[in-house]
Design a protein. Sequence first.
Length: 128
Amino acid sequence: MRWLILALLIIPALEIGIFIWAGGIVGPWWVVFIIILTGIVGVMIAKKQGAETWNRARISMNNGQLPAEEIIDGICIFVGAVFLFTPGFITDTVGFLLVLPQTRIPFKKLIVEFIKSRLNNGTIIYRK
């Protein structure tokens, strides 16, 4: 929980610093344009990836399989879309990393390891 509070304090300060720095280089209106553009493009990519993931999950369920990978993909896409919707260069970078399928792989591995560790340690209880 401490890391979350720390992140909520540090990330906005870094974003403001990057806004000021980038605004000094390219101008403030370009910074606003880039932020709006990355938000729009990011949400479009997230929407497309979300629809593809939903279709893959539906096919898996129709075949009687558990859509575990699709659920983890959906989590990554949702969190990435939230980051992309938040104005800022750091959050946009993290958002694109979570939304794009090629760069999502390491995050998926981290999520799976996190869930496994919680299951092994008894924090999450799974019952049939």
